[in-house]
Design a binder for this molecule. Structure first.
Ligand SMILES: Nc1ncnc2c1ncn2[C@@H]1O[C@H](COP(=O)(O)OP(=O)(O)OP(=O)(O)O)[C@@H](O)[C@H]1O
Length: 291
């Protein structure tokens, strides 16, 4: 049985709070209106394999919405559809008031959506500061020539970026290593730099694809606290893909559960953890592996 499946079984049996106090649902935000992010009837297949099948998902403004499921359930496919890397065979994606058959990845930042990746996607040779600054590339107005000539507009632009980067580096306790190459940092710190890059543009919607994968328990607790603090500071909507069920239960307002590309449950952590379909999906997998 994998550690992940043990975590799941234990997480559902006794939801743990490994990282402190559970966040209260952001009621003021939840009541503000329509969905911040939505999937409607989304299906996606690879050859004969159905990765997503008729998925409906609404993420309310300001909530932390987790998406969980066993390996191969379709979580990454869903995130890749949300962020425009995959075009679904059917269905629609909504971000704020806009609807898309496929979102162009280059539009995401303008729509106020930022994401992190399951596997680190930093520029290893660039400094922490320069990596974080790439999160603001879509806001820069100065031309290449303006930068070379040091025009007033380019200087203003550079100052605004430097200020925003310094602010997020301080928030995430990365100031002391701002000039180190990102690739030389320990894994847990690299994940924090990725979070900083996603946060620097102050997104309305933050999609975190396994932000704690491969981390130690201490690093996971720190990351959970950082996510909670960013959420409180920005009031942003968060979609969280995460295998650690204890963390999911402690961080999320609502949880959607996928299994074989279908959504089998959707509700509060407490409701989902006692849902028979969810227990069947996870325990079935555990039993199959244990046999
Ligand atoms: N690029 C691809 N080509 C072919 N099949 C794919 C591809 N991506 C995903 N799949 C298949 O789609 C299904 C869903 O995979 P997906 O990676 O979305 O699941 P997941 O829940 O993210 O899994 P994990 O927890 O292991 O990351 C699986 O059967 C997988 O093998």
């Amino acid at each position: 049985m994998t550690a992940f499946l043990l975590d799941v079984a234990q997480g559902f049996a006794a939801p743990s709070d490994q990282s402190g106090v559970r966040a209260e649902p952001q009621v003021a935000h939840l009541e503000r209106g329509g969905a911040a992010l939505a999937l409607s009837g989304v299906s996606l297949s690879f050859g004969g394999v159905s990765a997503l099948s008729g998925i409906d998902l609404a993420v309310r403004p300001g909530e932390i919405r987790a998406i969980i499921g066993p390996n191969g359930a379709g979580k990454s496919s869903l995130v890749n559809v949300l962020s425009g890397l995959y075009r679904p065979d059917r269905g629609e994606i909504g971000i704020g008031d806009e609807r898309f058959a496929r979102v162009r990845p280059s539009r995401l930042a303008h729509l106020g959506l930022a994401r992190t990746f399951q596997n680190l996607a930093l520029f290893r040779g660039l400094s922490v500061r320069d990596n974080v600054a790439t999160g603001l590339a879509h806001r820069r107005r100065a031309t290449w020539l303006g930068n070379v000539l040091g025009t007033p507009g380019a200087r203003r632009d550079a100052r605004a970026v430097a200020w925003a980067v310094d602010e997020v580096l301080a928030e995430l306790r990365l100031g002391a290593i701002a000039d180190r190459p990102a690739g030389a940092l320990p894994y847990g710190l690299q994940k924090r730099v990725e979070l900083a890059r996603a946060l620097v543009a102050r997104p309305r919607v933050l999609v975190l694809d396994e932000p704690m994968a491969g981390m130690t328990a201490t690093e996971k607790a720190e990351m959970a606290a950082d996510i909670r603090a960013a959420h409180a500071r920005l009031g942003c909507t968060i979609v969280l893909i995460e295998h650690d069920v204890g963390i999911v239960m402690s961080l999320s307002d609502r949880v959607a559960v996928l299994d074989y590309g279908r959504k089998i449950a959707d509700g509060t952590p407490a409701a989902v953890s006692t849902d028979p379909a969810v227990i069947d999906a996870y325990l079935g997998t555990v039993h199959a592996e244990a046999a």
